[in-house]
Write a new protein. Sequence first.
Length: 202
Amino acid sequence: MDVGESIMGKRFVPYGYKFDSKKKRVIDVADIKFEFTFPDDFCVVCATREQDGLFIARPPKGLLLIRDTLKHGDYSIKGFERYISIERKNMEDLWSSVTVNADRFKRELEELANYERKYILVEGLESQFLRPDIAGRQIHPNAVRQALASIEGKLGIPVHSAETRSQAERWMLDMFLKYFSFKRSCTSFEREMSAMINWKIS
């Protein structure tokens, strides 16, 4: 059965694809160009230590991005640096973090776990970073799997993987914009309670 084939009058489109009625063809959703509407006071903070940062090469239209010092993590929202943070890892970072730099990485994550919203964003798929032979590394897949399971199961930090850089950027903006909108809609009492919960981060 071909992708986009019509069955009993209904078009067959598998998960992960979308039928473009204008172009009359099925396209991968990963190729769809997403547009964002940014609030006037919305600003993404990229840590000064972040190398080859997201959004630097081709920032979305209207996105305000600044570089600043972040206590924990690599990305946050201006004004909410003590409440939400995303730690970004590429393949090399991930391998070194769960092996030779495991103790330091654990201490950093224990601090990150205190945030109201915290995430680890991995640039790459599980099938890539579980390969023991890639880039000459001899790391058993179970070592990576167990490390990631501990991060989520013990520390409560969700781990998200993105196949491409554009998908990583899109996911990050989705998370930040939803959180920003939620915080802006909170009452003053709710914001005060949230601040009390996160007092030890400051």
